[in-house]
Design a protein around this ligand. Structure first.
Ligand code: FE2
Length: 307
């Protein structure tokens, strides 16, 4: 079985989700656990510290095999010094025999599933001053974003499998969804734009990412993970559709379920508090693109995606 989870940030405390009994006693030696970036146990600029060694050993000693894509909180120059090897259709850095870094732009084959990986993200906490070049190599590294070779590899890998995979694993979201989850506060960049381009050009069953330190279903097919540990292919049990906190904004064009079919339209009214007695989640009035009519009080959970 393959499981997925969000950022662990080294030994900061977020790794504790993996020490919970429901994880350690559930995952077996036949299982894989994929961390969607910000592994963070390769962080010291010079060498593995005692604490890094201790937690890496803890992971290595667990029954399962740990896999991770890189986030932004990794010491890239040191990450790239670990032995590189071919593994299940792509390349990995072997941190330990059971801890592997899934490099960017490959389609790995695992348990009969095709998994496309594209780590990396822009850091939002680049030390004392955001973007301060003096902090390069202390708090962030330019390698946090993919280079041309990695984009070319990603395109070639996707083309080679007919742009159809089972799962996509990244650290960050495509641009449009990042705007929503961050309230336009995170920088969009070449990587989020590249991922946005994949939304409609790659067929996939489900896409998981980390980075935003939240567990949230962004669409039916794209899930942000932090503390949840999910079987790959599954969705968050409790999809948080918070009354008063609508995901979508007025003016956005969306695909949505309506009377048993899929429609496209533009949101003309947002009702953050919906109709609590009836719906219990934010609702929207949506203008159909192909007629003058509107769909009224569409539940947020019936919106499939941004169009
Ligand atoms: Fe993070």
């Amino acid at each position: 079985m393959i499981y997925v989870t969000g950022d662990i940030h080294g030994y900061s405390g977020d790794i504790k989700k993996l020490t919970a009994k429901n994880v350690t006693s559930k995952l077996t030696k036949n299982d894989y656990l994929i961390i969607c970036g910000d592994f963070g146990l390769i962080w010291d600029t010079k060498h593995e510290t005692m604490k890094e060694k201790m937690w890496i050993k803890w992971l290595q000693d667990q029954a399962w095999t740990t896999l991770f894509v890189d986030g932004n909180h990794e010491c890239f120059p040191r990450l790239y010094t670990y032995p590189e090897k071919d593994w299940n259709g792509g390349k990995v850095h072997e941190i330990r025999s059971k801890i592997l870094h899934l490099e960017r732009g490959y389609v790995f084959e695992l348990e009969g599933k095709k998994i496309f990986t594209m780590g990396g993200a822009t850091s939002h906490d680049r030390g004392p001053a955001t973007g301060d070049m003096a902090s390069v190599g202390k708090y962030w590294w330019p390698e946090e974003l993919p280079n041309d070779e990695e984009y070319a590899r990603a395109n070639a890998s996707l083309d080679a499998c007919g742009r159809k995979v089972d799962f996509i694993i990244t650290h960050c979201l495509p641009t449009k969804l990042q705007d929503i989850i961050s309230n336009n506060e995170y920088f969009n960049d070449a990587l989020t734009d590249y991922l946005q381009g994949l939304v409609d050009t790659v067929e996939y069953e489900h896409w998981y990412c980390g980075h935003y330190h939240a567990d949230r279903a962004m669409t039916d097919k794209i899930t942000v993970l932090f503390n949840s540990v999910l079987e790959i292919g599954s969705k968050l049990q409790e999809v948080t559709r918070e009354l008063g906190v609508p995901i979508y904004k007025k003016g956005k064009t969306v695909r949505f379920k309506y009377n048993g079919s899929e429609e496209t339209g533009q949101i003309v009214r947002v009702m953050p508090w919906g109709n609590p007695a009836k719906k219990g989640e934010p609702c929207y009035n949506i203008q159909f693109l192909n007629s003058s009519k509107q769909a009224l009080m569409v539940k947020e959970s019936d919106i499939i995606d941004l169009a």
